[in-house]
Design a protein around this ligand. Structure first.
Ligand SMILES: Nc1ncnc2c1ncn2[C@@H]1O[C@H](COP(=O)(O)OP(=O)(O)O)[C@@H](O)[C@H]1O
Ligand SMILES: [Mg+2]
Length: 259
């Protein structure tokens, strides 16, 4: 199963991506967690310390790797065909969550026409991860899927548009879902996060209904998670209502996408 986690900045994409990765890993599935945000911070959500996280060199910024893949003996001439399947084993970072973490680096500026070496490697790698791998792959994305182009992210099985009750977050989530319709993605919908009570839940459900979007999950506001965001400490999954709600979401996705 391949899951893309999208949504406005700050809505909780990274927390949700990390919790999903943790759930599937503890359920015994091999998981590759991809940090595709240009300011990556998935590592702490997978249990790595700040120090361990700061040592990770993102793929797009690993000039030796990029040269090895795309370089030729002729200056200015780039190899167009190369393999990327070894990158996960070599540069994937094992994490306490059990998931293997791959940090992509800056992919934001990657327009459809961009063909520089780093972007070519990222594009090929993303395609490989989403189309060819058997692991559970979880993509923590920058805002929406448009940054990576439909070509790659359009092949995931599940698109989660994370939102809080804020109007702007809801509108961005709806736009992401609209852009993804017409792709091959089987499950597209909202995940309401940081919900503080019945009033917010109602507002989100009303918005979803008006936009004809399913609410795939409802994650409550959780003080422990908010505090962890401040201190950088790990969240205890067994004591977190938010993590449990995300596990519920993961189980329902598992049922619809059994493979
Ligand atoms: N359900 C929740 N309850 C409380 N705080 C949350 C919840 N989900 C996320 N947060 C906090 O909100 C902040 C932003 O979350 P993050 O996952 O980094 O967002 P994004 O990746 O979308 O920018 C973090 O400090 C995180 O701890
Ligand atoms: Mg994030």
């Amino acid at each position: 199963m391949k899951i893309a986690v999208c949504g406005k900045g700050g809505v909780g994409k990274t927390f949700i991506a990390g919790s999903l990765a943790g759930y599937f890993s503890s359920a015994g599935r091999p998981v590759i967690a991809i940090d595709a945000d240009s300011s990556p911070n998935l590592a702490p959500n997978l249990g790595l310390s700040h120090e361990e996280a700061s040592r990770i060199v993102p793929v797009a910024e690993n000039s030796e790797l990029i040269r090895m893949k795309t370089g030729t003996d002729y200056s200015g001439v780039m190899r167009l065909s190369f393999t990327v399947d070894d990158i996960i084993g070599r540069y994937g970072v094992p994490t306490p969550s059990g998931a293997n973490l791959l940090v992509m680096g800056t992919v934001k500026a990657m327009g459809a026409g961009c063909a520089c070496p780093a972007h070519s490697v990222i594009k090929a790698l993303m395609r490989h991860l989403v189309v060819e791998r058997d692991e559970v792959v979880i993509l923590d994305m920058e805002a929406g899927i448009e940054h990576l182009g439909r070509g790659t992210a359009g092949h995931v099985d599940v698109l989660l548009a994370v939102t809080d009750a804020n109007r702007k977050s809801l509108e961005i989530a709806a736009t992401i879902c609209r852009l993804a319709k017409g792709s091959d993605i089987r499950t597209i919908g909202l995940v309401a996060n940081r919900v503080t009570g019945a009033q917010q839940e109602q507002a989100i459900r009303a918005f979803a209904e008006a936009h004809d979007l399913p609410v795939l999950g409802l994650v409550p506001f959780d003080q422990q998670v908010a505090d962890a965001g401040v201190t950088g400490e790990a969240v205890d999954p067994s004591a977190s209502g938010a993590v449990q709600a995300i596990e519920g979401l993961a189980k329902s996705l598992e049922n619809t996408h059994a493979r």
